[in-house]
Write a new protein. Structure first.
Length: 131
C-alpha cells in the first residue's frame, strides 16, 4: 500500500499509537487490529490503545544492513511481551547488545523510519527502549 496524505490522515490512530483488537466475548487481545477475534472467532471486537510497556522475552542481533541503514547497525530485534499479554516483534534501541538481557523492561517509542522524497511524508515506526 502506498502511503498518501489522505490514507495517513484516516488511519493516523494506528500509525502513531499502538492499537490492538480486544474481544468483548473472551477478553483477549489481537495485534495488529483484526475484525474477528483470532482466539474465539467472535466479531464483537473493539479497538483499544495498548500501554506500550513490556519485557524482553528474547532478542537477536543483526549485523547485516541495507543501503542507507548503516548508522543503525548493529540492529537488535526483540520479542516483546506487552503488559496486555500480546507478544510482538520490534527493534530495540538505546542499548548495546552486551547490556540487554531477557526480562529487561522496555517501553515503546515512535521513531522516524524514512522520508518519502516524492511527497515529503515522513514515516514513523515503533521501536522499544529500556525503561
Amino acid at each position: 500500500m502506498r502511503l498518501t496524505p489522505p490514507i495517513l490522515w484516516r488511519s493516523k490512530g494506528s500509525f502513531y499509537q499502538l492499537v490492538a483488537s480486544k474481544c468483548e466475548e473472551c477478553g483477549k487481545f489481537t495485534f495488529p487490529v483484526q475484525s474477528v477475534c483470532m482466539h474465539c472467532g467472535s466479531s464483537k471486537v473493539i479497538q483499544e490503545k495498548l500501554s506500550g510497556r513490556g519485557k524482553v522475552v528474547s532478542f537477536t542481533v543483526n549485523y547485516q544492513h541495507r543501503t542507507g541503514f548503516e548508522k543503525e547497525m548493529p540492529q537488535i530485534i526483540g520479542l516483546i511481551e506487552l503488559e496486555e499479554g500480546i507478544t510482538i516483534t520490534a527493534p530495540i534501541v538505546e542499548v548495546s547488545p552486551d547490556e540487554l538481557k531477557e526480562g529487561t523492561e522496555v517501553t515503546a517509542c515512535l521513531r522516524r523510519a524514512r522520508a518519502d522524497s516524492t511527497n515529503g511524508l515522513i514515516q514513523y515506526i515503533f521501536k522499544f527502549r529500556p525503561v
